[in-house]
Design a protein around this ligand. Structure first.
Ligand code: PGA
Length: 252
């Protein structure tokens, strides 16, 4: 089994100065964590945050990654550029990227492969809309996104991928999936991976829940057998709250 991962997605928040203040406050609060702690600041904050987290137990992630090494891709950032700032994780296919910036399943797959090829751990986001949940197609839809994300990824790399199940209706809304709803979909994702890659690999892949996870509701979610951590937006901007989630993720 993978060590649990508690990852903070700062989204488009914090200037470099503000980012430095946030991570400086966080470092002492999570220093004894037994889970992997990851922060994913905006690109422009990677350099100052990297300098502060170097030598601590906090790992650095980013919020997107391009598949090409360099070239005419205005506005994109390559894996090598990210490696230069100590980036170890990349969020890929977040629902906000899919909904507002035209991110496709194919693009997600290409970005994931590029991350893997450069030794960066992809955190691939999947999740259904409220309409899809109400229509009873959650598992079919999330399975489709997962299969597309893993297309052409061999078992030796699949085992390194992190999946974040984030129901869109729960993101930034304060409306969390119940423990049972979250567990049900995370179990379905693991079952799918078991069919594709076998039991051993499916057990090793880290599956996170995301969507209004906070200091109050994290214990129940993180106690679910198929939830191996969390991808946290709003609450990751509050060091004390994020530290509570890290502590919960550190339970044996
Ligand atoms: P939230 O965001 O915790 O603010 O709902 C989670 C995410 O979008 O990753």
């Amino acid at each position: 089994m993978h060590k649990p991962i508690i990852a903070g997605n700062w989204k488009m928040n914090k200037t470099p100065e503000e980012a430095k203040a946030l991570v400086s406050e966080l470092i002492p609060l999570v220093k004894d964590a037994k889970c992997d702690v990851v922060v994913c600041p905006p690109f422009v904050d990677l350099c100052p945050v990297h300098k502060l987290v170097e030598g601590t137990n906090i790992h650095l992630g980013c919020q997107n990654i391009h598949w090409a090494e360099s070239g005419a891709y205005t506005g994109e950032i390559s894996p090598k550029m990210l490696l230069a700032f100590g980036v170890e994780y990349a969020i890929i296919g977040h629902s906000e990227r899919r909904a507002y910036f035209g991110e496709t399943d194919e693009g997600v797959n290409k970005r994931a492969k590029a991350a893997l090829a450069n030794g960066i751990t992809p955190i691939i986001c999947v999740g259904e809309t409220l309409e899809q949940r109400e229509a009873g197609v959650t598992e079919t839809f999330v399975s489709g996104q997962t299969v597309a994300a893993f297309a052409g990824i061999p078992a030796v790399d699949a085992v390194k991928v992190v999946i974040a199940y984030e129901p869109i209706w729960a993101i930034g809304t304060g409306r969390t999936a119940t423990d049972e709803q979250a567990q049900e979909v995370c179990f379905a994702i693991r079952e799918l991976l078991r069919r594709e890659y076998g039991a051993l690999i499916s057990r090793k892949v880290c599956i996170l829940y995301g969507g209004s996870m906070n200091a109050k509701n994290c214990a129940g979610l993180l106690a679910q057998p198929d939830i191996d951590g969390g991808l946290i937006g709003g609450a990751s901007l509050k060091p004390a709250d994020f530290a509570v989630i890290v502590r919960e993720g550190s339970r044996e």
